[in-house]
Design a binder for this molecule. Structure first.
Ligand code: VAH
Length: 312
């Protein structure tokens, strides 16, 4: 039985469905602060900063795997740094502790390219380098990676983790990250509205298509234990592009699309992150390979969002 914490989020909602399809409806328990309208499946209301509440759900369903996807992201996190730290760390420590006490088989913990800061190489950022995050979100995730590694080494808890780039999907909306522009831009484009980008036009960032992000997550979680050599978190790459490049690609499909640039505080966050990620360890250890180009992503996003508009 699998428990998903943060099942209403951008990634959580899509991952929940993927897990239901793969392991069967009755074997997946979604949880989040509030129930989600129209959700199809097993659901529990859960605030993961409450250890007892988490433990009782784990016991109730005899949970064997946890995907812990709840967190406050980079841009939102800066509004209240201490609260962000509390929520991101307390929920992780609760998940790790419940994993240890209830002898959970496997835990998934998402990390991020936000663990890197100005000391890490910007072009082609390797797996092992300085971690000097610029946001409280990044600080919580780099600490979280070390906690994951600690629980593995000290207690043998099988925690696995990926450093996601910005995730682009049509199924859900992101919640307060710096890479959100790459989803927002499509929603404006298909509605025939101009888009005002909060990053400068030449800000190159690592991104990944949702289907690739889900594929990588399932692949990592299914890999044999011996294959997982990195117990902090794996670098994961899809592709990298700038706002100007994605706008140019969108204009090939929607010629009237207009983009303006008004960089705000998120520009500084983006500027502290690597532009390109080297994920050769993920490729070597568990055969990771991304499959979507910018052209693919733009075509699929526009097609799917147009359909959503038609049927809404
Ligand atoms: C954010 N999408 O922008 C997240 C992320 C790659 C960064 O983890 O905060």
């Amino acid at each position: 039985k699998i428990l998903i914490v943060g099942a209403n989020g951008q990634l959580g909602s899509v991952l929940t469905q993927a897990l239901q399809n793969k392991y069967g409806f009755e074997n997946v328990i979604a949880s989040d602060l509030r129930p989600k309208l129209g959700f199809d499946g097993y659901f529990e209301e859960l605030d993961a900063t409450n250890f007892q509440a988490l433990q009782s759900i784990v016991k109730k369903y005899q949970i064997t795997q946890i995907y812990h996807l709840a967190a406050i992201l980079s841009a939102n996190g800066e509004k209240d740094p201490l609260r962000t730290w509390e929520i991101n760390m307390r929920s992780l420590l609760n998940v790790l502790e419940v994993g240890r006490i209830e002898q959970i088989d496997r835990i998934f913990y998402p990390s991020t390219i936000a663990v890197f800061g100005n000391l890490a190489p910007k072009e082609v950022c390797p797996q092992f380098t300085f971690l000097d995050p610029s946001t409280v979100y990044g600080i919580s995730k780099s600490s979280g990676e070390n906690w994951a590694n600690y629980y593995f080494n000290r207690y043998g808890l099988d925690v696995r983790s990926l450093r996601y780039p910005g995730v682009i999907g049509y199924q859900s909306l992101p919640g307060g990250g710096t890479t959100d522009y790459a989803i927002d831009i499509f929603h404006k484009a298909v509605a025939d509205e101009p888009y005002t980008c909060f990053l400068a036009k030449d800000t190159r960032l690592p991104m990944i298509f949702m289907d690739d992000a889900i594929k990588a997550t399932l692949q990592l979680m299914e890999a044999p234990k011996e294959a997982i050599k990195t117990r902090t978190s794996y670098n994961l790459a899809g592709l990298s592009f700038t706002p100007e490049e994605i706008a140019t690609e969108i204009k090939k499909v929607i010629p009237n699309f207009v983009i303006n640039y008004e960089p705000d505080f998120r520009q500084n966050i983006a500027a502290s992150w690597p532009q390109i990620i080297d994920d050769k360890e993920a490729q070597a250890d568990w055969n990771w390979q991304s499959s979507y180009t910018l052209k693919d992503i733009v075509e699929i996003m526009i097609h799917e969002l147009k359909q959503q508009l038609t049927f809404a």
